[in-house]
Design a protein around this ligand. Sequence first.
Ligand SMILES: [Zn+2]
Length: 107
Amino acid sequence: MLVWHHCSVPFCSNNKQKVPYMSFHSFPNDKGLRARWVRAIRRDEGTAFRVLYGSTYVCSHHFCPEEIYTCPSGRKRLKKDAVPSRFSWNNWGRRFIVILFRFFFFI
Ligand SMILES: [Zn+2]
């Protein structure tokens, strides 16, 4: 069975099929850093959510551009200690909310 890379961040529906140009990053091996990722995406590792190597990814949408670099091979890689930080529920999504707000109050 072919499994598409998909993003495990809540409210994010990016997957490799939809956005093939986007890079998907697997969770770090380092336990401490991995825990920070899980906390950042507001998930808890348990029965409902498990970090599985090879199938649990976070898309590049949630990282600052300076945390991502391109390898000589053209593959996108994350810098050491990079943690996803851009989500729909924090400032990063505020611009969209402002647009929605304007839409409702100025029409
Ligand atoms: Zn995503």
